[in-house]
Ligand binder design. Structure first.
Ligand code: 5CA
Length: 199
């Protein structure tokens, strides 16, 4: 695959190099518009929000171990369900902590190539797409990837991650609804627990 014609920012170039190290064939693209949020990234990439990978850093409340959650852009993290899968409750990492752990600023956190090793979990909903888009180090850089290839390359454990954010429209390519009850998404011990509005 040819290199992108636009010159990449150093952080984006590091992501491209990390992908090569993993044997993952991607092309990092610098977008003229912001890709800082899942919604902005979807608009810039011309895809559904459900096809955006949010790379969110949490810490175990007990172990303090850092975890990377790769979450569908249209889903909110259901912390109760995720804790049930991972085996401990999680707390969101503050921005300066995220920067130290990953080496990247929020809005550009890539799903690999971090400053420190992270246990990685991927949202089962992401695997229903042929192609998803993830951040590549800056709030303007993204890459497209087969989610199965991404999950395999980073050694991610697939878990039910969340439920659809309020007000999000179902795209025609995403026939499932990751919401409470009937679709079989694990709700953990407390179905009434209110997940934080990760977007
Ligand atoms: N580039 C886009 C799409 S790939 C992106 O990085 N999206 S994201 O969802 O992975 O990153 C933005 C996330 O950072 C949001 O989910 C938001 O909840 C989180 N965030 C924003 N501010 C903070 C903060 N101060 N501390 C921790 N997380 C934050």
């Amino acid at each position: 695959m040819s290199e992108p014609k636009n010159e990449l920012a150093p952080a984006a170039a590091r992501v491209a190099a990390a992908a090569r190290d993993l044997g993952l064939t991607i092309e990092v693209v610098a977008m003229p518009a912001s890709t800082r949020t899942a919604e902005e990234a979807a608009a810039a990439c011309g895809c559904a929000v459900a096809e955006i990978v949010k790379s969110l850093v949490f810490r175990g409340r007990i172990s303090k171990r850092p975890y990377l959650l790769l979450v569908a852009g249209s889903n909110r993290v259901d912390e109760t369900a995720v804790a049930a899968s991972i085996g401990e409750a999680l707390a969101r990492a503050p921005a300066d902590d995220v920067r130290a752990i990953t080496g990247y600023a929020i809005g550009g956190i890539p799903p690999f190539g971090h400053a420190t090793p992270l246990a990685v979990f991927v949202d089962a909903d992401l695997l229903g797409h042929a192609r998803v888009w993830a951040a590549a180090g800056t709030p303007h850089a993204v890459f497209a990837v087969d989610p199965q290839a991404l999950a395999a390359a980073v050694g991610a454990t697939v878990i039910p991650m969340g439920r659809r954010a309020a007000g999000d429209r179902r795209s025609e390519r995403d026939g499932r609804v990751a919401d409470a009850g009937p679709m079989g998404v694990s709700r953990g011990a407390s179905p009434l627990a209110s997940p934080r509005p990760w977007r």
